[in-house]
Design a protein around this ligand. Structure first.
Ligand code: NI
Length: 395
């Protein structure tokens, strides 16, 4: 019997996948508000006669194919968009003002639905279970953690998980990943520097939190440059500074927000500890007080199981050719796929979407972010092959 190439099968339904993606792109929804998105996922699964559990993690959907027994492999897509006003020149531009699928989660959802359709056609070949995870709130809401808590990795126990992410650094047709840490541990920080307001002409009668905050921001930059091992990686970025309403008034307080990143939880905790200490002491030296909080939902690093990545390379080589597979450098972006690979072996794979001729050159989270949609059937085919070949290997 001739083995079927999932890429040919996926190309045959490319228009269907692209149409789903564009529909999702038009109506982006932010974290834990993926109501219409989740509805479209469920309607599509209903149409394909694929059973699912709903809701997990508020808006999440867990679809199941196969006999409900082990071995069990999971494939994951995220569904949420970003608070960005879209500026891309596409005919299916976002119709929700101030919201945009700028991280390609519309593509991820459509590709996984494509895989669902292809796997349904081949369900007789599934000896075991394939779980499809459509999760909310990847962009800072730890939706993956909630899916995990709601049992997405249990009954039957998931033994291996794969996720794909559109990757503008790689050309369409290519994929990339790496063994070990691929994406960073990441967390947010909030800080209030309290002083005492007053007339700007009489600073001696006030305690100026603006000057103290400026010193804190500068001083925080020595954590990475002077305290971390130069061979380790870390980031401290202050991204929001809010204070004051008038030209001539020293404000009571300054509010700061930002993010910290590292390649291990240990380093992340070390950076967080030092952020608090430095803020405290610099504030005190300037007669102010700093309250630093870390709002939680810190993402662990996304760690690829080395075997899962070499397995993925072997499977992908059959589909797209070995020359299209790249070892990608680790990046300091965070990704909540990490919550799954904390518990089960897996691999997060970057899917090339770059195409200069189409203007698909902008990074994710950019208002002009665009993808070459020819990548979508490849993603669906990779999902299918990762699942079916894993079941054979785990049998
Ligand atoms: Ni993303």
């Amino acid at each position: 019997m001739k083995t079927r190439n999932p890429v040919d099968d996926a190309r045959a339904i490319q228009d269907w996948i692209v149409q789903l993606r564009r529909q999702l792109h038009r109506f982006p929804e932010l974290m834990y508000e993926e109501v219409k998105t989740s509805q479209l996922v469920r309607q599509t699964l209903d149409g394909l006669e694929i059973p699912y559990q709903y809701p997990l993690a508020e808006t999440g959907v867990l679809a199941t194919l196969g006999d409900g027994q082990g071995p069990c492999v999971a494939l994951r897509a995220d569904m949420d968009a970003l608070p960005i006003q879209e500026l891309a020149d596409v005919p299916f531009r976002s119709e929700h003002a101030g919201k945009m699928h700028a991280c390609g989660h519309d593509c991820h959802t459509a590709m996984l639905l494509g895989a669902a359709r292809l796997l349904k056609e081949r369900e007789h070949e599934i000896h075991g279970t394939v779980k499809l995870l459509f999760q909310p709130a990847e962009e800072g809401g730890a939706g993956g953690k909630r899916m995990r808590e709601d049992g997405a990795l249990k009954k039957p126990d998931v033994q291996r998980i794969f996720g794909l992410h559109v990757w503008p650094q790689l050309p369409v047709g290519a994929i990339g990943s790496r063994p070990g840490v691929f994406l960073a541990a990441a967390g947010f920080l909030e800080m209030t520097v309290h002083g005492r307001g007053g007339h700007a002409a009489m600073p001696h009668l006030a305690v100026d939190p603006v000057v103290a905050a400026a010193k804190i921001i500068t001083e925080l930059q020595t954590i990475v440059s002077r305290e971390l091992d130069p061979l380790h990686s870390g980031v401290v970025s202050i991204t929001q500074v809010h204070a004051g309403e008038a030209y001539n008034v020293i404000p009571e307080a300054v509010h700061l927000r930002g993010t910290v990143r590292a390649l291990s939880m240990e380093t992340l905790r070390q950076i967080q500890k030092r952020v608090g200490e430095i803020a405290d002491h610099v504030a005190t030296a300037n007669r102010c007080r700093a309250d630093t909080t870390f709002p939680g939902n810190d993402y662990p690093p996304t760690v690829n199981d080395p075997h899962c990545w070499s397995f993925a390379q072997k499977v992908a080589a059959e589909l797209i050719g070995a020359e299209q597979i790249h070892e990608a450098p680790a990046v300091m972006g965070g990704e909540d796929f990490a919550f799954y690979t904390e518990q089960v072996p897996g691999c997060f794979v970057a899917l090339g979407v770059r195409n200069e001729a189409q203007g698909a050159v902008y990074s994710v989270h950019h208002p002009q972010f665009k993808v070459d949609e020819n990548a979508l059937p490849l993603g669906a085919a990779l999902h299918v092959a990762f699942a079916l070949e894993s079941l054979k290997e785990l049998a």
